[in-house]
Ligand binder design. Sequence first.
Ligand code: PMP
Length: 353
Amino acid sequence: MSRFLSRKLKGLAPYVPGEQPRDRKYVKLNTNENPAPPSPKAAAVLTRDIVRNLNLYSDPQSLVLRRAIAEYYGVDEENVMATNGSDEALAFCFAAFGGCGCVFPDITYGFYKVFAKFFSAEYEEIPLREDFSVDVGGYKGVKRTIFLANPNAQTGIYLPLSDIERIVETNPENVVVIDEAYIDFGGESAVKLIKKYNNLAVVQTFSKSRSLAGARIGFAIAGAEIMGDLQTVRNSFNPYNVNSLSAALATAAIRDKEYFEKSVKTIVENREKLNTYLKNLGFITLPSLANFILAKSERIGGGELYKRLKAKGVLVRHFPDERIKDFVRITVGSEEQIGILINAISEIFKEGV
Ligand code: PMP
């Protein structure tokens, strides 16, 4: 840390993304990417013309992309904001609504804590129940901005829309942000509630179900008032937040419903296979509606399993948090990747732990 660093950033522990090592080729099951390529219709937009036009700034309104997202969800384009990954949408929410303090679960997406500190928002963590489900009652009238990932990050556990609605309904004086990074893998989106509740913001991403993690596209959907505040934040930070190439890729991807549905179906089928294989090896798994499974074995600790798998060229994610330190989080890969993972675990068990 230099002596020039702003005082408010001193002591900030930044978010640590999952590893993206370049030293060798790994079977990458650590950052919840989709093993399938993006829609071929997305690749088709990368023409000479689009490159030629990169001399011009991107559309600061991302109008074409917002229209495509609005059409997909049956909302008005005014209710949609396109962002540079959903991390940016979440950052805008913390910047806009963190002032009155925030709450989120003790086990969830690690970035919430970092954003809260970065934007000087006080926060409280509400413990998940013993079975790692969200304690819905704990969010009743909390008088602070609520951040909930649904399905929840790290656990994969999904909260039914009726529970989300109860939380939104019982907090009319504060904003509820539902982070739906993993919603397409089996959950019901809260977007349909935005017309009814003006204190709800829904955040989604193209990084998971639409295989565009590298393009960095996310979005927020909310009523007019919240959207106005988010626009103020965005325009005070980076009005050209979405680049032209990524906007065109994402527009083509969201219009290709057929490819999307096929891709999601494959992940869901593979998730069930992975779950069965892990259980056959004696693992305890949490019930996931996401594209990952949190699993633990009585035979080996989470940190040790992570290390032994890495040595065999398979990357999974291990979190040091006390409550989940015995687990590893495994992204649902292709059938081939799942096969390699399961063989590697069986070998580790044979070699002795
Ligand atoms: N929310 C959750 C719950 C996530 O797990 C992630 C991915 N790490 C994100 C948001 C951010 O994803 P992206 O910025 O790629 O859209």
